[in-house]
Design a protein around this ligand. Structure first.
Ligand SMILES: NC(=O)c1ccc[n+]([C@@H]2O[C@H](COP(=O)([O-])OP(=O)(O)OC[C@H]3O[C@@H](n4cnc5c(N)ncnc54)[C@H](OP(=O)(O)O)[C@@H]3O)[C@@H](O)[C@H]2O)c1
Length: 159
């Protein structure tokens, strides 16, 4: 399976607060769009509800236990087991776009992390899982600054 986790994290692994993002940077939104367009995106129900709209040119796969009524183009899956089977059958890179509960469950299956590492900290109620850096090959893709805050786009490939 070709599973990539994509996330923006603060200095203390902050991910979000009140079911919303903490930071929004134009260049990071662009990076997210470029990295995910044309690929299936997997998310938890909370993250799906936090999206302003369906994201164009991406197959949406939502993990949820409850029978929810979502737009017909969204695939809803109710267990990790079924989701992993689906990902296997897709035979292409699948992007895990959050939130916290989904990142935690997918960390053992991911072979690539695309992280926006933000040089700032903030109050948060969800955090990215800690991971063993020595198990990953790190490559800094770019260093950016917006609104006085520095952030790096970093790729980690599983060794
Ligand atoms: N910084 C970033 O890059 C980034 C990216 C994405 C999201 N976020 C933030 O993360 C937060 C949301 O994260 P979250 O952890 O609260 O929610 P989430 O992971 O988006 O969704 C959680 C929901 O997904 C469903 N789910 C999870 N695991 C499941 C499983 N194994 N089987 C079936 N359903 C499952 C459950 O829905 P049911 O209740 O229906 O069972 C669960 O309540 C928000 O603040 C958001 O802004 C940040």
């Amino acid at each position: 399976m070709n599973i990539t986790i994509i996330a923006a994290v603060g200095k203390n692994n902050e991910l979000g607060k009140n079911n919303d993002l903490i930071w929004r940077f134009k260049e990071d939104m662009k990076f997210f769009k470029e990295s995910t367009t044309g690929k299936p995106i997997v998310m938890g129900l909370n993250t799906f509800y936090s999206l302003p709209k369906l994201l164009p040119n991406r197959k949406h796969i939502v993990l949820s236990n409850v029978p929810v009524s979502l737009p017909e183009e969204v695939t809803v899956v109710n267990s990790m087991e079924k989701l992993l089977r689906l990902i296997h059958s897709l035979d292409q890179e699948v992007m895990i776009i959050g939130g916290a509960s989904i990142y935690h469950q997918f960390m053992p299956f991911a072979n690539k992390l695309l992280l926006t590492e933000i040089d700032a900290s903030s109050e948060a109620d969800v955090y990215f899982p800690a991971f063993e850096k020595s198990e990953w090959e790190k490559k800094i893709l770019s260093v950016q600054e917006e609104n006085g805050i520095t952030f790096e786009h970093v790729e980690y490939m599983k060794k």
